[in-house]
Each structure stands twice: as structure tokens, then as C-alpha cells.
Write a protein that binds this ligand. Structure first.
Ligand SMILES: [Zn+2]
Length: 232
């Protein structure tokens, strides 16, 4: 476990509840870093994702298990891998915190700076609701550079911005790629954990008259012992 308390995790879960994926990512990053969501919004998206991979490893481990659907024949395909292998397979220094804040894009023979996109940039684009969000994002971060060149420079500087997994179907041998979204994956795990934890609070509060804070202050092991005693 990390040093993050069960109460802080539940607060993050509540902060992201019913929000869009971007705000969920901010709620997760804020609790992972012990900072505010406003401060977390200024972190480049690639660094956010590194922090969330590390946070996930500490909370739930590094194993990833999921089910995907074969686009060829519609069969459900079990997906299982270790997130460390996924990150190690990417080109460049993905594991470090060595992503630049700004990259250079060559435009008409001169170098133009392009900021790496942050959650604040994504939020501004999302909230404005333009028809072409990719263009709007590129223009925010590098006003004079062509959109495609900016996008290429971003993923060259940080391959984590375009994280994909290779999948294959055991039934029909079809192969395909899927994006791996650490925010969505970690959120789903936090959501399941949050629901389970509130159930435990409910059972123990009802049995012993303890407050939510009392129950959450117990270690998970001791909580399980008491749940066993009350037959929950
Ligand atoms: Zn198939």
C-alpha cells in the first residue's frame, strides 16, 4: 500500500464520481501526489500517466487482467500482462521523469516550441467543445505549428502518450491493437474498491455502532477479521 489513507482514496473516488475521464484522472493524480486537483492540472499528461501507473502498482499491483472482444469473430479474449512489461517495451526513457515540458517542431526551416499538453490544456479544449479537439489542443500548445507535426513531436518525445497493446484472437487468429488507458483502468479498480469498502463500513458500523472513520482507521486485515466475526 501507499501512504495514502483509505479516507483519502474514498475522497478521490467521490471527487471523480460522475465526472468525465479527464477529471477522474485529475482526482487520481491529486491523491497520488498529495496535491490539489488544480496543481495536478498543470502536470503534462505523460507524467500524469507515469504517476498513475506507479500509484496503481502500489495500490493494486502491476498485473493487468481484462477482457477484450475480437473484432474479427466477436469472441471474448482474455488479456493478461504485467504493466511493467508494457512500459519496458516502449521506446525511450519511459520509466523516468525525463519528459521535457517543451519540444521543438520544425516549421518552414525554423524551430518552433510546442508545450507538452497538460490536463489543463485538455480541459480547456474539452470545455470549449470545438469540432476538432486535436487541432485545438495543438494550437493551444504550439500556435504556429502544423497540427500533425505537433502530434508527431509529442509522441516522439513521450511514447506513453500513445500507449497500445497488441492482441490476438485464439479462435480466429485475428490480430489487432488497442489503446491502454491507465486512467480508465485505474478508475475501474478504484470504483470496485470504493464500493467494496463502503459495504465493509456499512456492515461493521451496523454491527458495532462504529463511525465510518472508525472503520476506515482499521487495517484491511483487522477489518476482515471483524467482518468474519460478524459473519458478513
Ligand atoms: Zn477472433
Amino acid at each position: 500500500m501507499t501512504s495514502v489513507s483509505a479516507t483519502e482514496l474514498l475522497d478521490a473516488w467521490e471527487a471523480g464520481w460522475g465526472r468525465d475521464p479527464l477529471r477522474r484522472g485529475l482526482a487520481l493524480l491529486a491523491v497520488a501526489r498529495g496535491t490539489t486537483r488544480a496543481a495536478a492540472a498543470d502536470v503534462p499528461v505523460g507524467l500524469r500517466d507515469r504517476a498513475l501507473f506507479a500509484f496503481r502498482a502500489a495500490l493494486f499491483g502491476t498485473g493487468v487482467e481484462a477482457v477484450s472482444r475480437c473484432p474479427g469473430c466477436g469472441t471474448d479474449v482474455d488479456v493478461a500482462f504485467d504493466q511493467r512489461d508494457l512500459l519496458a517495451a516502449l521506446p525511450g526513457p519511459v520509466s523516468g521523469q525525463q519528459v521535457p515540458d517543451t519540444v521543438t517542431v520544425r516549421v518552414d526551416g525554423r524551430d518552433v516550441p510546442a508545450r507538452m499538453p497538460t490536463s489543463a490544456d485538455l480541459a480547456a479544449v474539452l470545455d470549449a467543445g470545438p469540432p476538432a479537439p486535436d487541432e485545438a489542443l495543438a494550437h493551444r500548445c504550439a500556435p504556429t505549428a502544423p497540427v500533425a507535426a505537433v502530434a508527431a513531436a509529442w509522441t516522439a518525445a513521450d511514447p506513453l502518450l500513445d500507449l497500445r497493446i497488441d492482441l490476438g484472437c485464439p479462435d480466429c487468429a485475428h490480430t489487432w491493437e488497442e489503446t491502454f488507458d491507465i486512467v480508465a483502468f485505474l478508475w475501474a479498480e478504484l470504483d470496485a474498491w470504493g464500493r467494496r469498502t463502503l459495504h465493509e463500513v456499512h456492515d461493521l458500523a451496523r454491527a458495532y455502532g462504529w463511525s465510518e472513520a472508525d472503520v476506515l482507521a482499521l487495517t484491511p486485515w483487522r477489518r476482515r477479521c471483524y467482518l468474519g466475526l460478524v459473519g458478513a
